[in-house]
Design a protein around this ligand. Structure first.
Ligand SMILES: Cc1cc2nc3c(=O)[nH]c(=O)nc-3n(C[C@H](O)[C@H](O)[C@H](O)COP(=O)(O)OP(=O)(O)OC[C@H]3O[C@@H](n4cnc5c(N)ncnc54)[C@H](O)[C@@H]3O)c2cc1C
Length: 338
């Protein structure tokens, strides 16, 4: 499709205004010359571009007897200026998602508080009807459907289990006060069948892993990172890289998956778990106090050689993303939940 305005800058760099034909041997300057009336004004972007474009087409047709199609300047006359045609590439290219999403019937296997004291966050595990747990990439999510007032509604939830675990698919859900789905799923009985679509999303870690990696999460935003780290250990993908989970919560009792991450820290010298509590409710807490931003600034170094993944509620993610971009991380990926 021809978009004259978008091509205007590109054309101006390549078009020379001529009032008569110039012999080939004496042509200099821009590689493609177009005849335009001498007094033509190129000031107006829209009008000027249309004029240039028409003249260019006429010239091409006259010279090469080509049927009309969008000419490929780069092929015809050497390489076009990089600035005009080459989009800025991220440091790490986005990997294509490996698995197609589809509709699946999931069956509730079990629902339980992540620890007896903390009923506001729970784990729900599913098996699949007539099929094994689907293949997915860690970091992806599944959309779960339920009926509310005769309407079918859905909510996305990050998968917290890793793909090698075919016994069940695990979600880690915070109960939202007055929220429909987070409360509904808390009360479903084992054996309940639910419709779902998945796996979905592109918040995945490119493999092989080329950078030391920092994961920043608050609350249940840690779920995709549990899946990623579980997968990394299962597949031996760490390859000497360092992995740091910076996990911010309000209270010590909100530190979900704490035991698992402390276990990983003991087992893997290249894994670091940095929990930070914004409102420590007990004097027993001797660890970090404050927000995740403080930990990133005070305890992470050599930003340019690290990639960072951020997940959680909108405001935190926006703030941390801006900070990480300012600090110069090689690669910043994020997923926002509202
Ligand atoms: C890609 C993606 C992955 C997600 N993964 C998870 C996950 O792993 N675990 C998880 O717990 N949630 C996750 N969420 C959030 C989840 O999809 C729902 O938004 C959340 O469970 C609330 O749904 P609800 O039906 O209970 O509340 P709703 O009925 O949708 O909302 C009720 C009220 O609560 C507010 N609200 C909605 N979500 C939140 C929230 N998270 N915190 C505070 N207030 C909220 C709404 O603004 C609204 O006012 C994810 C969201 C996205 C986009």
């Amino acid at each position: 499709m021809v978009r004259p305005r978008g091509r205007f800058r590109f054309l101006r760099q390549r078009v020379r205004v001529l009032d008569r034909p110039v012999p080939w041997g004496r042509r200099r300057g821009p590689p493609l010359c177009v005849r335009l009336p001498r007094k033509t004004s190129l000031r107006s972007a829209r009008g000027g571009c249309a004029l240039v474009w028409r003249a260019l087409r006429a010239t091409l047709e006259e010279m090469f007897k080509l049927a009309w199609r969008v000419p490929n300047f780069a092929m015809m006359r050497g390489t076009a200026p990089a600035k005009a045609v080459t989009p800025q590439k991220p440091v790490v290219q986005e990997t294509p998602v490996k698995f197609r999403s589809g509709k699946h019937t999931v069956i509730v296997k079990e629902v339980f508080d992540i620890a007896p004291k903390f009923p506001q966050t729970y784990l729900i595990r599913f098996t699949f009807e007539n099929e094994p747990v689907f293949d997915f990439e860690p970091g992806q999510f599944i959309s779960i459907f339920a009926e509310k007032d005769g309407k079918r509604i859905s909510r996305p939830y990050s998968i917290a289990s890793w793909p090698e675990n075919k016994d069940y698919l695990e979600l880690c859900i915070k109960i939202v006060e007055g929220g429909f789905m987070s409360n509904y799923l808390y009360h479903v009985s084992p054996g309940t069948k639910l419709q779902s679509i998945g796996p979905l999303g592109r918040f995945v870690i490119p493999e092989p892993i080329r950078y030391d990696t920092v994961f920043v999460a608050t609350g249940t935003g840690v779920a995709p990172f549990i899946a990623m780290m579980g997968h990394i250990w299962e597949q031996g993908l760490d390859d000497g890289r360092d992995f740091t989970v910076i996990f911010g919560v309000r209270y010590v009792h909100d530190l979900i998956y704490r035991d698992l991450m402390e276990k990983w820290e003991r087992e893997h010298p290249n894994f670091h778990f940095y929990p930070t509590i914004s409102r420590p409710e007990t004097p027993d807490w001797k660890g970090r106090v404050g927000y995740v931003q403080k930990v990133i600034q005070n305890e992470i170094t050599d930003y340019g050689n690290k990639q960072v993944f951020i997940c959680g509620l909108h405001d935190m993610v926006e703030d941390v993303k801006n900070l990480c971009q300012r600090l110069g991380f090689a690669y910043v990926r994020f997923e926002k939940w509202d």
